[in-house]
Design a protein around this ligand. Structure first.
Ligand code: SF4
Ligand code: SF4
Length: 171
């Protein structure tokens, strides 16, 4: 199959993907649809179809892919990875695409809030005073400090802290 702008993909976006976890294997896809028919997410929502994501990539539609919600819907079950006759590393390509999307500021609010919470508190979920008080009544020990300073050092070393993250609503 000839996608016309395959060269564009090969020269730019594919190179970006190549640097990230086997993303370059998407160029092996011949659009058979085995991934889509094996995908549990595609079975329950028309918003996600792995074959369609790969097709858009092959067409060089990077912006459409990384700004859309589809790449966040893959649940990493690896069904497609097991069955793809061309050994396209679809779940790894999804991870790579999410990393690119994150870096370019296309961050779904929910993940942005999780990331901010980790940076601020060392936990994805902020523990309320109510929960802290409730734990002993359920026989649970007090929560230990999260070592947030060490977490921030790691986030800083990976430049994660430079991302524009959405702060959790605290009111
Ligand atoms: S199963 Fe593999 S070759 Fe077939 S459409 Fe999906 S990614 Fe492409
Ligand atoms: S790994 Fe993702 S794309 Fe592949 S079958 Fe599972 S949910 Fe679908």
């Amino acid at each position: 199959m000839n996608y016309g702008s395959e060269e564009k993909l090969a020269s730019t976006f594919a190179e970006e993907l190549r640097q990230r976890m086997l993303g370059e294997t998407i160029t092996l896809c011949y659009q058979c649809g085995t991934c889509a028919s094996s995908c549990p997410v595609a079975k329950i929502t028309p918003s996600f179809n792995p074959r369609e994501v790969i097709k858009l990539l092959l067409l060089g539609e990077k912006d459409e892919v990384i700004s859309g919600e589809a790449i966040w819907l893959c649940c990493s079950c690896y069904n497609c990875d097991e069955r793809c006759p061309q050994k396209v590393a679809i779940p790894l390509a999804m991870f790579a695409l999410r990393n690119i999307a994150f870096k370019e500021g296309y961050i779904p609010d929910i993940y942005s809030e999780f990331a901010s919470a980790i940076y601020d508190n060392g936990r994805i979920v902020t523990i309320s005073k109510f929960v802290e008080k409730k734990r002993p009544t359920l026989g649970l020990p007090p929560l230990q400090p999260t070592g947030v300073d060490a977490i921030r050092k790691i986030l800083s070393a990976t430049e994660f802290d430079k991302l524009q993250l959405k702060k959790e609503e605290t009111s």
